[in-house]
Design a protein around this ligand. Structure first.
Ligand code: NDP
Ligand code: 5RP
Ligand code: ZN
Length: 341
């Protein structure tokens, strides 16, 4: 089956390419319907990654957050028309200790190989998780970033000590918001404080106990554990502040991606006996848990709908460019491409 792929070939330039999908293989063919743009896509689209990385990765189809309808499964396990979320992480080995998203051998769509900007996507069957057929597709489109938060919170359960009276989340953007929503449901009794840089954005965290601008922290405020959802050049300031406000023996989860190494106040990490852990991407178990939580707490979908941003109908390369440009200029929210391909 001839398939069309829309690859980024240079910053801000998409081009059409073709590949062949073998219908006799064990793969399931999915037609994407709703795609959502991540910061990582923007770093490639705008060419803000180092030149050697760009040269190594491009040309490549972007987007690792997407849902779609099954169009073909030779085995009949998936029926045509079933709604699924596609898992971008693609492991090639199993390990008893190391999760699939941390195996150095795993490939990740729109980072190591083609993402979901295609007319059809052929995936291994374990890379699909069924979604409720009637789910709001504009929300379900960004299930992947939601599963990243769920993954991080599962690690939080593993790595934090039992005193979880006060937890701080740094970052008033999309990842901070999603992580905070799920944290609220998973830890209803913990005091949840959001630290950000914009009052308008902070006002959307209605379910948090407190929100603070990072330059207006009340005297004496402390936290037991911290989660960083900032990334980029601001990471250093955020991590510094976390180290200042955290109680000894607390944990700091690092989720924000930075292009360059971030200096960290290791003297205070040592003196306070802190635990810093990274949390990146997600695997099948996290997607399954996310869909389970959507069903257990349907109100979560309502909270997530607050960050649905621009919805762009896409049927041409010009529309793709329009969606990415609109995404750059947004204040907050996920830009959704409605994939009319
Ligand atoms: N670990 C993983 O697997 C994943 C990581 N990410 C990464 O997470 C990061 C955040 O993503 P996303 O939420 O989409 O991005 P956003 O830009 O929406 O969010 C970051 C937010 O942090 C705010 N901010 C800036 N400085 C500080 C500070 N010192 N303290 C607290 N908040 C601050 C920003 O404000 P302002 O805009 O005003 O600067 C912005 O609102 C990115 O680096 C992204 O690549 C994303 C998905 C998955
Ligand atoms: O967004 C992400 C997961 O949802 C990660 O930040 C992304 O996978 C990082 O990829 P890259 O190394 O290509 O920047
Ligand atoms: Zn992402």
């Amino acid at each position: 089956m001839l398939n069309t792929v829309y690859r980024l070939v240079a910053p801000r330039r998409f081009e059409v390419a073709f590949n062949d999908i073998d219908l006799n293989s064990d793969k399931v063919v999915v037609r994407p319907t709703h795609l959502s743009i991540c910061h990582a896509d923007q770093r490639y689209y705008q060419g803000t990654r180092p030149a050697d990385v760009m040269a190594k990765k491009l040309p490549m189809a972007l987007i690792h957050e997407a849902i779609g309808d099954v169009v073909y499964d030779a085995t009949g396990e998936f029926k045509p028309g079933e709604l699924v979320v596609m898992i971008p992480n693609t492991p090639v080995e199993k390990d008893d200790i190391i999760a699939e998203n941390y195996l150095r051998s795993s490939k990740f769509r729109a980072s190591g190989f083609d993402g979901f900007m295609q007319d059809n996507v052929a995936l291994d069957r374990d890379r699909l998780v069924r979604l409720p057929q009637d789910i709001d597709r504009t929300v379900a489109a960004f299930t992947e970033i939601v599963s990243v938060s769920v993954h991080a919170l599962r690690r939080f359960e593993r790595f934090t000590h039992a005193r979880r009276n006060v937890v701080g989340i740094w970052g008033d953007g999309n990842l901070g918001y999603i992580t905070a929503v799920f944290f609220r449901y998973m830890h209803p009794d913990t005091k949840l404080i959001i630290f950000g840089t914009n009052e308008d954005k902070l006002s959307s965290f209605t379910f948090a106990d407190e929100t603070h601008l990072v330059w207006e922290i009340p005297e004496g405020l402390t936290i037991d554990h911290a989660i960083e959802c900032v990334g980029g050049d601001a990471s250093q300031k955020a991590i510094d502040q976390m180290i200042d406000l955290i109680q000894p023996e607390g944990t700091i989860a690092l989720l924000g991606v930075s292009e360059y190494a971030v200096p960290i106040n290791t003297r205070m990490v040592l003196e306070k006996g802190l635990h810093l852990y990274g949390s990146s991407r997600s695997g099948r178990a996290d997607f399954e848990k996310t869909v389970e939580l959507y069903q257990e707490y349907p109100e979560i979908l309502g909270y997530l709908s607050n960050i649905v941003g621009a919805q762009v109908e896409v049927s041409s390369i010009a529309d793709m460019t329009k969606a990415f440009e609109m995404d750059i200029n947004k204040m907050m929210g996920k830009t959704i491409m409605i994939w009319n391909k």
